[in-house]
Design a protein around this ligand. Structure first.
Ligand code: P6P
Length: 335
């Protein structure tokens, strides 16, 4: 079997970044590799999910005599543990945990980053075999190095993110992350157990032909949103309309597809839920950062989502993200 030796692994890529920036301490590279390690472990379990009935359902004891955890609890534990035992993270916040978790051991308090994540977004799709994902967001702490992190280290606006990314457990498993220098995608090669650089320097096409929204909520959206959706369905030589509607109800997959092919993803506020459903800190901000670095745009319907000053860890926000020209067309309706 010929192994493609020219493809860079995540480790080689992050170490190359370190060589290109001698002043870097290597902590961010180390943190990203830790996330890659946890992602590989979650990949293994997610791919077995269909077999859980054989291995025993969550909360039962499986044939190996181990307690079978819900996959999102398992994923949360993997990301928390790998970051806590690393040397680059001073604390985490997770969709699965009510409050943030400071790492107060002697080594961790000296770390300069904090990480927020949704360990397994869309986990309700697992039992119908729809792709799911992990979403993460990395900030430099604002409290003094050497002290235990506090909530203010986590309540930072998205424009302060140092890096952000996601893992999509789909037909293949991919890790995509952005720093201010660009967006790069790595596909897990199970034959060598490595993330391999498959999508270097991802750019979001300025114009796309895909719009993603839950039509079931249509009559609960603001009129401006309804009018924009109607435009997506009309013939238009200039924009290439009508667009195709693609929405699988798993944010990581929907936004990943639109990032690569071009498109717009919307989770607007509704009359029942004016703030929408998606979480600002570990769903909206990471994707807003990634798509913006790739050339797209992201708003909460009023301002750039990256400029929103957070007040709570789990606050929700309406969310619109995607190709630059499609977002600008949407904004003509929203403004
Ligand atoms: P709805 C999954 O539960 C999730 O949080 C996102 O991944 C997804 O985009 C959204 O909810 C789907 O929500 O209300 O359209 O089913």
């Amino acid at each position: 079997m010929n192994v493609n030796r020219r493809v860079q692994t995540l480790d080689e890529f992050t170490i190359q970044q370190l060589r290109d920036f001698p002043q870097a301490t290597g902590e961010l590279s180390h943190l990203l590799r830790n996330i890659g390690l946890a992602g590989k472990r979650v990949h293994v379990e997610v791919n077995k999910a269909g077999l859980v009935d054989i291995l025993g359902d969550a909360g039962t004891i499986n044939v190996q005599g181990e307690e079978v955890k819900k996959l999102d609890v398992y994923a949360n534990d993997q990301f928390t543990r790998v970051l806590q035992h690393g040397i680059a993270c001073a604390g985490i916040a997770s969709e699965e945990l009510d409050d943030f978790v400071p790492f107060d051991d002697a080594k961790s308090v000296k770390s300069k980053y904090v990480c927020l994540f949704d360990p397994l977004d869309g986990s309700s799709n697992i039992d119908v075999n729809v792709s799911i994902g992990t979403i993460f967001s990395i900030y430099r702490r604002v409290t003094p190095i050497g002290t235990v992190v506090t909530k203010e280290d986590f309540l930072q606006p998205g424009n302060q993110q140092v890096a952000a990314g996601y893992i999509v457990y789909g037909s293949s498993t991919m890790l995509v992350y952005a720093t201010r220098r660009g967006v790069n995608g790595f596909t897990l090669d199970p034959s060598i157990g490595e993330w391999t650089l498959s999508h270097p320097d991802i750019k979001c096409p300025e114009q796309g032909k895909i719009y993603s929204v839950n039509h079931g909520n249509f009559f609960q959206y603001d009129k401006a949103v309804q009018d924009y959706i109607a435009t997506c369905q009309k013939k238009d030589k200039e924009t290439g309309g009508p667009y195709t509607q693609r929405y699988i109800g798993s944010m990581v997959s929907d936004v990943h597809r639109n990032l690569i092919k071009g498109g717009i993803f919307m989770y607007p506020g509704t009359t029942d839920k004016p703030k929408g459903k998606l979480r600002l800190l570990y769903e909206c901000n990471p994707f807003a950062f990634i798509v913006t670095v790739a050339g797209g745009k992201a708003t909460n319907g009023k301002i750039r989502i990256l400029d929103v000053e957070p007040t709570e860890l789990h606050q929700r926000s309406p969310f619109f993200v995607g190709s630059k020209l499609m977002m600008e067309e949407l904004e003509t309706y929203l403004n």
